[in-house]
Design a binder for this molecule. Structure first.
Ligand code: NAG
Ligand code: NAG
Ligand code: NAG
Ligand code: NAG
Length: 448
């Protein structure tokens, strides 16, 4: 839900602004480094309102037609530094003390807030999925698949299967917080009637159809709708359904700040995870003899740079052709496992690294990392810029020599569960984490 406030009405809105500054500032803080304010006057900034505090959810709120607030940046920054004890600084200070007192809190920005809010989400979040018959000609695309999800893009089917089995689903659209567009990009890709070339039209027709047959799309312009896609063709699939791209929540694997089709904070990142069964194998840090490991095709500049720079190094092991040892052994035997951007910012390598207890090194500029608004990636991974490749060894050795590696590796073991899918979802696993990301993006102002 959203608001556009003109310069003058911004002052009128001040009391409300103050009442939810806490969340506002959190997002301001995050956005200040990433937003590219388009067509705004200098000094004004646009804030995507994702999760206003409950005070904001009054039924008397005006109907809000757009997805963002425009405020005078100097006014807000001024308030932030002088008049109010902002939530951001409170969070920062409590986080510091917690780090020393409770290791379990280490991976979260604010664990106690998350735990409480997660419980609330688990109790109250309701999703309405547009219903389709088993004999619908496109049942293969619109309904969950019966078979076990496989391959690189399994996250998409895992999510759908889990959602349809979950207590979040409701048959009563009037109690729904969010509406699920159940088309599967991966299935459309493989469907001969559609294929890669036909996905845009399929999606446009689908949205047209539901907006005619149901009242829900039109009343919010799709702002309380979402879809989930892991394959990168998903990023162009919305080009003929502009409402989906601009308003709906896109939960995608290829979540890059650099792509015009992805709006950070409105959209959300879902981890790409290769399906693996069972309890992850463990290997102690001291038995991880290789400093860093990477393997992958040379399909991007980052990967070429990486391989060219480190191909003869004895501590950093980089491969662009077939491995001599099993992949799992390489991941178990390394302290750090490198994820380097390929065609897209995302690959399954981060999930692979975490599964095998290896600290991920992320070389993928502009990657909006999964759950980054909830967990602190700096505590269990090394996020670098592609420009850091020549310094890679120095940086990683520094982490080991300063004694920071052990703690990072312990944290890897703690985040593992958030990067795993299950046939029957388990609390805090990838399914529940994605549900929580949706919960953060739900609208508080319900239009009836
Ligand atoms: C923003 O607020 C400052 C301080 O009140 C004011 O000087 C400036 O003109 C405002 N900028 C815009 C673009 O409204
Ligand atoms: C979430 O809800 C499920 C289903 O009602 C329940 O089994 C689970 O214990 C809940 N988890 C938490 C943390 O509240
Ligand atoms: C929603 O809006 C579209 C375009 O204006 C219109 O064709 C459609 O009939 C509307 N749907 C409903 C349910 O009124
Ligand atoms: C690595 O070794 C090969 C073969 O000796 C050589 O051609 C290449 O230039 C070396 N690469 C670097 C970065 O030193």
């Amino acid at each position: 839900m959203a608001v556009v406030i003109s310069k003058r009405r911004g002052l009128f809105f001040l009391p409300i602004l103050l009442s939810f500054t806490s969340s506002l500032f959190l997002f301001l803080f995050m956005i200040s480094s990433t937003s590219k304010p388009d067509i705004l006057q200098p000094g004004l900034t646009r804030i995507h309102v994702i999760n206003p505090l409950p005070e904001f959810s009054t039924t008397s709120s005006p109907v809000m037609p757009k997805q963002s607030i425009v405020v005078n940046r100097s006014l807000v920054l001024d308030l932030q530094t002088t008049q109010l004890p902002s939530r951001t600084t409170q969070l920062a200070s409590t986080a510091e003390t917690k780090v020393e007192t409770n290791d379990d809190d280490d991976i979260f920005h604010d664990r106690s807030f998350f735990t409480k809010d997660y419980k609330q989400m688990n109790k109250t979040l309701k999703i309405y999925a547009y219903p389709h018959d088993k004999d619908d000609p496109f049942a293969n695309v619109l309904l969950p698949v019966n078979s076990e999800p496989t391959g690189n893009y399994a996250s998409e089917s895992y999510f759908k299967n889990a959602l349809f089995e979950s207590h979040f689903l409701t048959n009563d659209p009037s109690e729904a917080d969010l509406f699920y567009l159940p088309f599967s990009i991966a299935s459309l890709r493989h469907d001969k009637r559609v294929g890669v070339g036909g996905i845009k039209d399929f999606v446009a027709n689908y949205v047209d159809e539901i907006s005619r047959s149901y009242p829900f799309w039109n009343r919010s312009g799709g702002a309380d709708h979402f879809y989930v896609a892991c394959h990168s063709v998903g990023r162009t699939a919305m080009e003929k359904a502009v409402g989906v791209k601009l308003n709906a929540i896109q939960v995608v694997c290829s979540s890059s700040y650099f792509l015009s089709g992805y709006v950070a904070h409105k959209d959300a990142s879902i981890p790409q995870i290769w399906p693996r069964k069972g309890v992850p194998p463990t290997r102690s840090p001291s038995q991880r003899k290789t400093l860093a490991f990477y393997a992958g095709a040379m399909n991007s500049r980052v990967r070429k740079d990486l391989v060219k720079t480190w191909e003869n190094d004895s501590d950093i092991s980089v491969h662009y052709s077939r491995l001599q040892t099993p992949y799992s052994e390489a991941l178990l035997g390394s302290k750090f496992c490198i994820h380097a951007k390929g065609f897209e910012v995302n690959t399954a390598r981060i999930g692979d690294a975490l599964y095998y207890g290896c600290v991920p090194v992320v070389l993928a500029d502009y990657y909006d990392l999964p759950y980054s608004d909830v967990i602190n990636w700096n505590r269990f991974s090394v996020v670098l810029s592609a420009a850091d490749i020549p310094m890679l060894k120095k940086i990683l050795e520094g982490i080991v020599n300063r004694g920071e590696y052990l703690r990072m590796q312990r944290n890897v073991m703690r985040v593992q569960k958030h990067f795993q899918w299950h046939d029957l979802p388990l609390d805090f696993d990838a399914f529940y984490m994605v549900m929580y990301e949706l919960w953060l993006r739900r609208s508080h102002v319900r239009i009836t």
